[in-house]
Design a binder for this molecule. Sequence first.
Ligand code: SIN
Length: 541
Amino acid sequence: MIATSHLVASSPGWTQRADVIVIGSGVAGLTSALHARALGLKVLLVTKARVDEGSTRWAQGGIAAALSEDDSPDDHLRDTLEAGAGLCDVDAVEVLVTEGPQAVRSLIALGAKFDLDPSGAIALTREGGHLRDRIAHAGGDATGAEISRALVAAVARAGIEVVEQALVLDLLRDATGAAQGVTLHVMGAGQRDGVGAVLAPVVILATGGFGQVYSQTTNPYVSTGDGVALALRGGADVADLEFVQFHPTVMWLGPEARGQQPLISEAVRGEGAVLRDSDGVRFMEGQHPLADLAPRDVVAKAIMRRMRETDAPHVWLDGRALGAAQWAARFPTILAYCQDHEIDPATDLIPVAPAAHYVSGGVRTDMRGRSSVPGLLACGEVACTGVHGANRLASNSLLEGLVFAERIGELLSEGIPEVRDPVASDGRSVALIADRQRRDLQCTMTDDAGVLRSATSLEDARVRLASMSADGSACTEDWETTNLHALASVLVAHALERQETRGSHWREDFPERDDASWRIHLVSRMDPDGQLHTRRESVRT
Ligand code: SIN
């Protein structure tokens, strides 16, 4: 798949041993580390930046769970399946919705403080695609930050060793093909500086998604898909990468804006804000029974259509009805973003447009976080459990991280695999893509493989990606760009193959959903020569 003119194998300069290595420090990584530690295992948690960086802390709206008396796991199941557009694995969704409420209660027991209603119960709001109020939130619109705070504190209390500034490179495997650790590049001082190896018979990937593959995204700079790319190079199955969700309401900062953009939570619409076009006309009514609170893919597509019809670069979010007091109390983070851009949302409209937000696909796992490579586990956004199908339901992501991290804990309680020496080299080397091409890659993906796609645009993207030169060095930025390039290439390959429109995959040349041919997952595996092999797998019912 990638030209191999310049091959770099990662050769470790230092070595450390653990029972379990957890890579990533969002909700899924922190939770799985806590479960592993509670079993008395030696856990090493490594993270690319600071322990409290990453996508979790940016999550605004909240965490979805059937917590109220007028809600039920069955109702949550129905809404999740509806949003997932026929591609959710039903057994995975059943696990999510039935184990979700207890997982949230465990988080509260650990110290997370959710907003309460006047009766003292957890305050619940609504977001797109939910037919019940079931979104618990914290600090108004700072839910992820509060969850991250509580979990980071719990990890410190548990005495888990954390290594920050550590970019994961490649999987180490033994002669049977099982995971036995990873190589890392640690940007620190002292004995763990530079490229090293952590040897462990259990490797838990919790590195999040790869929104940085696009030029405009809600994801932080660290979201470069390092875990999915490692799994791909390590021979694991990855699935559903064509389903990247575009959040409908991301603050529009002008045509030249790049990188992480401010998210305006769906909860703002849950509290009464509505979308308007450039003429001030509401356009979601009549498009879906839930109007402005339709599932995310429906709203994002309606916005794109209206932007085209009116030749406008954005639409408007009208939250004036909320009033100044509600903005300050309920959405302090978003209010601060608006004020930074001289917008008063109590009196002004907010310019918004869709931007890349969440990858529904990832490392294919079973119900206990197991990938197709023994010993390699994954949870959170890096994983494809089958919960999200073609379009994730709002606020199901933090929940998925919690529930499936806990399931990994249950798996580990049955014992961990045998420690074996990794083979010195299994013949896989990485052709590094120089970071100077990252901007080109991101713009290509936004222009040709973004919200709207066609065979022509995707073929252009494929050719552009294939032409990028593999002359990078082993610096961390080149590794990240290499990871983005690998995932962009799989995304484009899947998007070309899937000749239909479903959920967050919108083919202009195949505008209809085609259940007869395409109610399947696309699952890819890379062979040691870098060739991608894609197969079709049935949706689990
Ligand atoms: C939001 O607050 O709109 C984002 C929540 C999510 O991505 O689930």
